[in-house]
Design a protein around this ligand. Structure first.
Ligand SMILES: C=C(O[C@@H]1C=C(C(=O)O)C=C[C@H]1O)C(=O)O
Length: 403
């Protein structure tokens, strides 16, 4: 990302250049909701800040929505779906901020004055309103897995994704924007995001999984991502060997996506894969689906697919309803925004909603790490536990940098 010295002027214009730290800290200081993100393999971080007080939306209508950032939970209703409208937009490439027409002169002035205040390390991100800390223990997780295997073998469902949390103390030198920058550096192929909303909380993550995206060339994309194994240093992905269990697990996600296309009577899609991809310390199997909306007349495909897809069998299970019921009854904690979806809507780069995975929620002095694993009839509770350990490494490595 472009790092231009704060407070300098950008060549060619007389606009002031700000740093990511200045912009994010100004939002915190003014109690404003903020979302920062970087698309996979891109260098630019974009930040959206809103002056809106009511951020709750029922569901995003992707086609008619203004530019903003959506942050939606696993179960809509248990937590609100949030929309951070792009009242203020910052680009790390130019260092400039831009105000939308909805912003009043007084709001602009207040924000600019706050931006120019000297940086202090003594700022705090937005915290979740509730004091209760989500937790799932090793024993709780493993007994839920054992019960899931029995339910699958009795024919009541094919797959269920079970997850758990880990509470880690924040190292005393932890710095949120520095952590975001580390995530950018460490995971160039991930969708990196930092969302901080009053009452809702603060989440940092590096997602490997597109849920729905529509780029400026009007290409709709989604993926079937599943199957996990550690990526070995220096080992080419072409050498990866997958067991029947992972192949079937990923095949279920693929079938689920195809069933969604079928429900919409859409036949003109392209399917590539499954291929092995690397996400941080892990490898997965991924099939890419795309639809060229310039050729297929389906203006609401994004919104319709979002409605049908979420939660996919990559984070919930198959069939969806019994898997979701099993999760709510046996997982033992509230997933909140983990395995929900998030991303920019109608930005100049398009709409890019990702599944909120490989993420952590930041409390005042601790972080909650979240990870899950797909359970099938062939699962083993100990191996699934190990898989969640591996997935948590994505964020654990970031925290370790501050120790
Ligand atoms: C559930 C997670 O990941 C999902 C589950 C996977 C699996 O079961 O193999 C792989 C990738 C993701 O679709 C997670 O990261 O927490």
């Amino acid at each position: 990302m472009a790092d231009i010295a704060p407070g300098t002027t950008n060549s060619g214009t007389d606009s002031i250049v700000y740093s990511l730290e200045q912009v994010v800290h100004a939002a915190f200081a003014l109690g404003l909701p903020v979302a920062a993100w970087r698309l996979p393999l891109a260098t630019e971080t974009t930040v959206c800040i809103t002056f809106d007080k009511d951020l709750k939306i029922s569901k995003p209508a992707l086609e008619s929505s203004p530019y903003g950032f959506v942050f939606s939970p696993f179960v809509v209703g248990e937590q609100p779906s949030i929309f951070v409208k792009a009242d203020i937009v910052y680009s790390s490439e130019t260092g400039h901020i831009r105000f939308s027409k909805a912003v009043t002169e007084a709001q602009k002035q207040e924000f600019i004055i706050t931006l120019k205040q000297p940086q202090t390390t003594n700022y705090s991100w937005h915290l979740h309103a509730s004091e209760t800390i989500n937790q799932q223990t090793e024993t709780g997780f493993k007994s839920a897995v054992t019960e899931a295997i029995a339910t699958i073998n009795s024919g009541h469902m094919e797959k269920v994704v079970l997850s758990r949390t880990a509470l880690k103390p924040l190292p005393s030198s932890f710095n949120l924007v520095a952590a975001y920058r580390l995530v950018l550096q460490s995971y160039p192929g991930a969708f990196v995001s930092l969302v901080s909303v009053p009452e809702v909380g603060t989440w940092l993550g590096a997602s490997p999984e597109i849920l729905v995206s529509i780029d400026p060339q009007k290409i709709f994309r989604t993926v079937a991502l599943a199957g996990t194994q550690p990526a070995l240093d220096g080992e080419p992905v072409g050498n990866a060997i997958w067991r029947q269990k992972e192949i079937e697990e990923q095949g279920m996600v693929e079938r689920y996506i195809l069933s969604c296309f079928k429900k919409l009577r859409l036949r003109e899609y392209t399917e590539v894969g499954p291929r092995t991809i690397v996400a941080g310390n892990l490898m997965h199997l991924r099939t890419d689906f795309s639809v060229d909306l310039k050729e297929v007349d389906f203006p609401t495909l994004g919104t319709d697919m979002l409605e049908l897809l979420h939660p996919t069998s990559a984070v919930c299970g198959l069939p969806k309803e019994p898997a979701l019921t099993f999760i709510l009854e046996h997982e033992g904690y509230n997933r909140s925004y983990y395995s929900g979806y998030l991303g920019p809507v109608n930005s100049p780069q398009g709409t890019h909603l990702y599944v909120n995975l490989r993420c952590m929620q930041l409390l005042k002095n601790e972080a909650i790490l979240y990870a899950g694993a797909g359970i099938t009839g062939e699962s083993d509770a100990e191996k699934e536990w190990q898989e969640t350990q591996h997935k948590m490494q994505t964020m654990q490595r970031i925290l370790a940098n501050f120790e």
